[in-house]
Design a protein around this ligand. Structure first.
Ligand SMILES: *Cc1c(COP(=O)(O)O)cnc(C)c1O
Length: 381
């Protein structure tokens, strides 16, 4: 590099993108000394998120993982039960199944949207019934923000009488049949971790079907305090509520969520247009009723191109890319878990790469990413 050239700052995969309004809500919390897991920001955040997704039964939680754990508890998942879960996902989708002492049964993806394959789900349910497993829930992931094929998946689950928990951790802002994903199943969860489409620094939310479930979730998330004037506990509770400071960040972030979705979709469209012109890549396709927030642009490389080589090449150029999730049925932690499906998820792991997709990515930086990516894709081996 020529010494007069400025050193290029690192381009991250999906960094936080603040609006500036977050500090206003956080300052209010400081001014009123609401520096606790209670306070007005939490109440407002729940109302505002509920308005955005079109369902008022919202519980703000300390993380998406905590929200998912609460969902399993509310559905009565316990020791010896089984829970079906997407295999191609982050480990947090399945860990709460183990927290409850239940058995995960993983299901493969379909190659179009990369989400849970309806045929494989049907097989998993049929086989489970045949051997007498108690399937208490299905955890459906909307991978990288892409809505799963809800119509088919929900109707299969309905036929077997099994409730669906939508893991929409990556999919706030995505829609299916004109409804927010996370509100179509029996329950849904979102994550507001630092790299998600909007952030509270750390946090999550649970969407329940009824207000009774919502109250129960809040009770379980605040150490299960019985309604008496001293400390009495008859159930095992958790410390799972979002803090008032984090909720303040979230209120500022919710104001700009529609812009964040638009920008991520633009970023995806640009990648698709300029990369498709040069190389043959696969992308996640929206189902006919789906609208994705395009949280991350994930590409499927040509067979024979090693995503690890490309990832390292980009890293050397100051660009953070990330491998597609390694399917959970291939994880050492879950080596004893059941699995229904073929090699779709495993192939996506071997051929997939997530590109920088943060809503703060400038057009110039995105051009730079493409300029570094294309030669790596055209290289042999
Ligand atoms: C981020 C994520 C989670 C967990 O959310 P946290 O807020 O980090 O606990 C769960 N599932 C998926 C698919 C995620 O991407």
């Amino acid at each position: 590099m020529h010494p007069t050239q400025a050193i290029r700052p690192m381009i991250w995969l999906s960094p936080p993108h603040l609006s500036g309004r977050e500090a206003h809500f956080v300052k209010e919390a400081f001014d009123w000394n609401w520096v606790a897991p209670v306070g007005p920001n939490i109440d407002f955040f729940e109302v505002e998120l509920g308005q955005y997704v079109g369902k008022p039964t919202v519980v703000a939680a300390s993380s998406g993982t905590a929200a998912l754990h609460l969902a399993l508890m509310l559905l009565g998942v316990g020791s010896g039960d089984s829970v079906i879960c997407s295999s191609l996902t982050f480990v947090a989708s399945a860990n709460p199944i183990l927290y409850q002492g239940a058995y995960p049964l993983f299901v493969d993806s379909e190659p179009d949207g990369w989400n849970m394959c309806p045929e494989a789900l049907e097989t998993a349910l049929r086989k489970s019934v045949a051997v007498g497993w108690r399937i208490k829930a299905v955890v459906l992931v909307h991978l990288y923000g892409m809505p799963a094929n809800m119509q088919e998946l929900l109707s299969i689950c309905e036929r077997y009488g099994v409730p669906v928990i939508e893991d929409a951790a990556e999919a706030l802002g995505s829609r299916y049949a004109d409804r927010a994903v996370g509100t179509l199943g029996a329950m849904g969860i979102y994550s507001f971790n630092g790299n998600k489409i909007i952030t509270t620094s750390a946090g999550g939310a649970l969407i329940t079907a009824t207000s009774e479930q919502m109250s129960r979730a809040k009770y379980l998330a605040t150490q299960a305090k019985d309604p008496v004037p001293y400390f009495s506990h008859s159930t095992l509770g958790y410390n799972y509520r979002m803090s008032n400071i984090c909720a303040g960040i979230g209120r500022g972030q919710l104001e700009v969520l529609p812009q964040r979705v638009n920008r991520r979709r633009q970023i995806f469209e640009y990648y698709r247009r300029v990369l498709k012109a040069e190389v043959s890549l696969g992308f996640q396709n929206e189902p006919s009723l789906g609208y994705s927030n395009r949280w991350l642009t994930a590409v499927r490389l040509m067979p024979g191109v090693d995503p690890e080589r490309v990832r390292q090449g980009l890293w050397s150029a100051g660009i953070e890319a990330r491998r597609v999730w390694k399917p959970l049925h291939l994880q050492p932690l879950y080596k004893d878990a059941g699995y229904v499906g073929g090699e779709v998820g495993a192939t996506l792991f071997e051929e997939g790469l997530c590109l920088p997709s943060g809503s703060s990515l400038s057009p110039e930086d995105q051009e730079y990413v493409v300029s570094k990516l294309l030669p790596l894709l055209k290289e042999e081996g």
